[in-house]
Design a protein around this ligand. Structure first.
Ligand code: CA
Length: 248
């Protein structure tokens, strides 16, 4: 019985020290891409034609259509999709130390021998969109539709995100506020594409299993009651055990 008791107390102590602070971490996940949870906006830069983007529900996954305009100037579109249920509040949940992101992505259709589209992690803070650098979704040699690829971004910090201007350009000298005084952050993803052709084209890329993992090791200034209770009961339990062993 004594051995069981000391194990229980030690386990409780370990839990209070190592497990509970990790509760500050947060994970957002969407494996159906239900559009009811997503807001969509896009940013374009083009002197000819009318570029735009669409976000559609394909039954269990999502599809972003980017329509690029024709000449005379280079056409660029950044399409931002924000998951309105993926809200992180640094004030109550702690400063963000780093973010890992992954998604399943494929190119459904594209023109000629291009990448078809690129993806990035995006977020909204103070009604501004920020996005990371991009990763192309496929090799140019593959004929679409491509297989589903797992795309990952690791150890992202505030400076990994640049403010998105109305023409889709990202400014990496302006970053979101990940500190413990930062306002609410809503996560999503972005797609972009560009071309210099004299005619309009459509590029379609699909997304599934959207996943954002937030690490916030900065502990809140006041320990949560659950932590105090666990730590307290662990210490009291160990003290009690010591007393009893001394007597015997
Ligand atoms: Ca799915």
């Amino acid at each position: 019985m004594k051995r069981v008791a000391i194990y229980a107390c030690t386990l409780t102590l370990l839990l209070s020290v190592f497990v509970l602070p990790a509760l500050a971490d947060q994970m957002f996940y969407d494996d159906t891409i239900d559009l009811a949870n997503w807001e969509h906006q896009y940013f374009v830069n083009n002197g000819g034609g009318v570029p735009y983007a669409e976000f559609t529900d394909e039954g269990g996954f999502g599809r972003v259509r980017i329509h690029l305009g024709g000449s005379p100037t280079n056409s660029y579109v950044l399409s931002a999709q924000i998951n309105t249920s993926a809200v992180y509040d640094p004030i109550t949940e702690g400063a963000i130390d780093s973010i890992d992101y992954s998604e399943l992505a494929r190119v459904w259709d594209t023109e000629f021998n291009t990448y078809g589209g690129a993806t990035m992690l995006a977020l909204e803070q103070n009604e501004q969109i920020y996005a990371t650098g991009y990763q192309n979704i496929r090799e140019t040699t593959a004929t679409p539709p491509s297989p589903w690829y797992t795309i990952t971004f690791s150890d992202l910090v505030a400076s990994s995100f640049g403010l998105v201007f109305s023409n889709g350009v990202r400014d990496f000298s302006q970053n979101p506020d990940f500190s413990a005084t930062g306002t609410q952050i809503t996560f999503g993803f972005a797609r972009n594409g560009s071309h210099t052709y004299s005619f309009g084209v459509d590029r379609y890329t699909d997304i599934d299993n959207w996943r954002v993992e937030i690490t916030s090791t900065t502990p809140p200034p006041i320990p949560e009651p659950a932590t105090m209770l666990l730590l307290g009961s662990g210490l009291i339990g160990l003290a009690g055990y010591r007393k009893r062993t001394r007597r015997s």
